[in-house]
Ligand binder design. Structure first.
Ligand SMILES: NC(=O)c1ccc[n+]([C@@H]2O[C@H](COP(=O)([O-])OP(=O)(O)OC[C@H]3O[C@@H](n4cnc5c(N)ncnc54)[C@H](OP(=O)(O)O)[C@@H]3O)[C@@H](O)[C@H]2O)c1
Length: 273
């Protein structure tokens, strides 16, 4: 599976991808491995990251990690460093989003979103910063283009707020640690398992409303289009601070109702593990 050619741009690099069991994280890990890097795939669903590591081939491997647990963040970084003899890059992909009216987001839901989307990243960095600094390493985090929407998309309030916090957080890390290059990927809607925890009945009218308000771009991107930007950020000899990526102009113009329904249905049937 690993591409063997003189063109491999990440040969000998040691990369930990957290949130790599599905969607963008999984695809990012595979794309990084194709460039010759050794990749540790980490997430809560061990069997999923084992399958991803096996598909990547070479010396790639899997580790369990729940970013909501501080000990787990420490252990996954220590495990990756031990397995690879060091660490050159960290890619942070975990992201969750409750959907529904803002007044229904309770304390538990706020804490869950911030633990997963924001705080977990900083806990991993606490454990990884010395090694990444020593190696003049790179860090890439998945943000979201939805943070550029003003006002935020209705009925998804905690998500963009957490991603705004995440983007500010990596700036804070960059400010205190100049030897490491930090990149945020602000991507638009992409075909993954994102939102799978919600019922169709709840999601469809929300997505249809986003379409009416012109927040959507007419189609979902493929994971490979976005993952290649992670590779570009890691390969550049400079620090690319932010990459924003949205679908190119759609080939087919859909009606608003069709598009909202189609977006949800496409995610349900088209997402892959
Ligand atoms: N898809 C989109 O349209 C879109 C748009 C903009 C931004 N994004 C961002 O892209 C990133 C990747 O999302 P995706 O679309 O690929 O969704 P996904 O398919 O649902 O993947 C989410 C990943 O996060 C991991 N994760 C969730 N909670 C975790 C935890 N507590 N500890 C460790 N890992 C955890 C999941 O693994 P386990 O469940 O196995 O732990 C999974 O690997 C997210 O940050 C998301 O906000 C997505």
């Amino acid at each position: 599976m690993i591409r063997e050619s003189a063109e491999m741009r990440l040969e000998n690099k040691r990369v930990l991808v957290v949130g790599a069991s599905s969607g963008l994280g999984r695809e990012s890990g595979l794309a990084i491995a194709r460039e010759g890097a050794r990749v540790g795939f980490a997430a809560r669903r061990l069997e999923r990251v084992e399958a991803a590591a096996s598909e990547a081939g070479g010396a790639c491997f899997a580790l369990r990690c729940d970013v909501r647990e501080e000990a787990s963040c420490r252990e996954v970084v220590a495990g990756a460093i031990e397995r690879m003899g060091g660490l050159d890059a960290l890619v942070y992909c975990p992201g969750i989003s409750p959907f529904g009216p803002i007044e229904e987001i309770d304390q538990r839901a706020w804490l869950e979103v911030f633990s997963t989307n924001v705080i977990g990243f900083s806990l991993l960095m606490n454990a990884a910063i010395d090694e990444l600094s020593a190696n003049r390493g790179k860090v890439v985090v998945y943000s979201s283009i939805s943070i550029d929407d003003s006002p935020p998309r209705p009925k998804q309030a905690s998500y963009p707020i957490s991603k705004i916090a995440l983007e500010r957080l990596i700036e804070a890390w960059q400010g205190e640690h100049r030897k490491v290059g930090f990149t945020s990927i602000a991507n638009g809607d992409t075909l993954t398992e994102f939102g799978f925890g919600e019922s169709m009945e709840k999601l469809i009218p929300i997505v249809q409303r986003w379409s009416e308000l012109d927040y959507m771009y007419g189609r979902m991107m493929d994971v490979s289009s976005v993952a290649e930007q992670v590779v570009n950020a890691l390969c550049s000899r400079e620090t690319i601070r932010r990459i924003a990526i949205t679908p190119h102009y759609p080939d087919v113009v859909e009606t608003v109702d069709e598009m909202g329904q189609k977006a949800v249905e496409t995610v349900r049937t088209g997402g892959k593990g």
